[in-house]
Design a protein around this ligand. Structure first.
Ligand SMILES: [Zn+2]
Length: 119
């Protein structure tokens, strides 16, 4: 993909996302995704000398996808890949439905004791 087309795709994705450069699913920023993978905001490894990866640089395009309906980060893509590979697609759909329709079942009321209370 040409650089020009890449930028057009990026800005179109930000428009769809309300101008926020964050993952639609987890709300991580590109800098937070880089930090999750052990890289500084400039894409260089945080602990390069320790791991012998001084030459590795994380590209902006490696951490966020702007090609879909909304921006998605590499963490969420990898998590979804793992969920689907493990055959948990039905459980994921069930959980999404519970999160949407049965929030009170998933999360305790404010006055409920914490699970480790009294232990
Ligand atoms: Zn994400």
């Amino acid at each position: 993909m040409s650089l020009d087309r890449t930028f057009q795709q990026y800005f179109a994705a930000l428009d769809r996302a309300g101008h926020g450069d964050r993952c639609f699913v987890c709300r991580r920023t590109p800098a937070e995704v880089k930090q999750f993978f052990g890289f500084r905001e400039d894409g260089t490894p945080i602990d390069a000398a320790r791991y012998g990866i001084e030459d590795v640089v994380l590209d902006r395009l490696d951490i966020m996808s702007y090609g879909g309906a909304r921006p998605v980060c590499a963490v969420c893509q990898l998590n979804l890949d793992a969920l689907l590979l493990s055959g948990d697609r039905d459980a994921l759909h069930e959980l999404l439905q519970e999160m949407e329709e049965q929030r009170d079942k998933l999360w305790p009321a404010d006055d409920a004791p914490a699970p480790d209370d009294g232990v």
